[in-house]
Write a protein that binds this ligand. Structure first.
Ligand SMILES: [Zn+2]
Length: 376
């Protein structure tokens, strides 16, 4: 009996290891399909005439079946599912918005693919037939900006975004006489080719050092830098006339956030910065709640995450056991709780070991200062 169980286990182990065994012996018949870093390229690349050659795969384009939702007089958004990117959702799991200027649309994030952006624009064109000349990006995670190249290629738009995009990603390159496509990001690898088709990384054209106010086509915008929060470099957009905040991933609701690249203290500071603005609507990076309660869940999540991890740390709980001790049960019924919450807790341990109260920024002071200035 025992022997047969061991036998079965061995067969099982062999079956599981098969792909790895075979992987090792893969012989690359078309070495040109490796990119400059040796990664296998998922689609064919034709540097000179890529507009004529399909960048891949057969079949009609994925239909994202997009319906814009109006948030305020000037703002419409597309809401993605509460999931990780999969072949079944074709990457449609984040939120992106359109802002209506006098003579042009401005986009806030561009979604997971060229085809997503193209279909999103087609819906907006029915509302007002204007081009997109400026694309504004929140952060470098690829569910938020792989639609960029639809706007840069078709509308000749400029991409305003984080400098970190240009540091951590690369687009198509021509090196030592050879052509290489852009980086194969998580999204490009995850989706079917009829969704990723035509998607090429279009990086940031214009980056700002710090929070900047500007006006585009009659719309006043404040592009607010919150720095290292959900990712290495996060920004949100504030429309003071509309009293709308487009928060992207420093706010999520209905699901647990992913803090895999983030900082708890950075997140709390970002949320405090958002609280210091006057707004009636806030669009999260993921989630459907856009009223005055939109940020409440994220505020609560990071508050209890910080307090409980620090408390357990002070009790002497070591990192290995922190996910057993801090479970954030209040969020158990939220989407992605089991997938993301333990890793958020685990990751926060290392950061919070060096927690310093002084790292928290008190934006309420700043608000009072601003108010004083107004009175002068
Ligand atoms: Zn996201």
């Amino acid at each position: 009996m025992k022997k047969s169980i061991i036998g079965l286990l061995l067969i099982g182990a062999f079956a599981v290891s098969m792909p790895f065994i075979f992987n090792k012996s893969i012989d690359v018949k078309e070495p040109h399909k490796l990119d400059i870093d040796g990664n296998f390229i998922m689609y064919d690349w034709h540097y000179d005439d890529f507009k004529d050659e399909a960048r891949v795969g057969a079949g009609t384009d994925w239909d994202y079946n997009l319906k814009p939702v109006q948030i305020s007089e000037r703002v419409w958004c597309y809401f993605g599912g509460m999931e990780m990117p999969t072949k079944e959702n074709a990457g449609n799991m984040s939120n992106s918005c359109y802002i209506k200027g006098d003579t042009q649309w401005i986009t806030w994030d561009t979604g997971p693919s060229y085809i997503f952006a193209k279909q999103a624009y087609a819906e907006m064109q029915k509302i007002a037939d204007m081009p997109v000349k400026t694309v504004i990006i929140s952060h470098e995670h690829d569910d938020h900006w792989l639609g960029n190249n639809y706007y840069t290629e078709v509308h000749k738009a400029k991409v305003v975004g984080p400098a970190s995009v240009n540091e951590n990603y690369y687009g198509p390159r021509h090196v030592e006489g050879k052509d290489y496509p852009g980086m194969q990001t998580r999204m490009i690898r995850a989706l079917y080719q009829n969704a990723t088709r035509d998607t090429v990384l279009a990086l940031t054209d214009e980056a700002f050092e710090d929070t900047t106010e500007f006006e585009i086509s009659g719309v006043k915008l404040e592009y607010v830098k919150v720095g290292y929060a959900h990712s290495e470099e996060d920004w949100y957009l504030y429309l003071p006339d509309d009293k709308v905040i487009l928060a992207a991933d420093v706010v999520m609701n209905g699901r647990v956030t992913s803090n895999r690249d983030g900082l708890v203290v950075g997140q709390i500071n970002a949320l405090n910065s958002i609280k210091s603005r006057e707004w009636n609507h806030l669009v999260p990076g993921h989630g459907f709640v856009t009223d005055k309660t939109a940020a409440d869940e994220t505020v609560h999540y990071f508050d209890i995450l910080k307090d409980r991890v620090i408390e357990k740390m002070e009790d002497g709980v070591i990192a290995d056991f922190i996910t057993k001790e801090v479970t954030l049960n209040e969020f158990r019924n939220m989407d992605l709780y089991y997938v993301l919450s333990p890793q958020n807790v685990f990751r926060s341990y290392e950061e919070l070991e060096m927690f310093d109260e002084d790292d928290l920024i008190d934006y309420s002071d700043e608000k009072e200062d601003d108010d004083d200035e107004d009175e002068d």
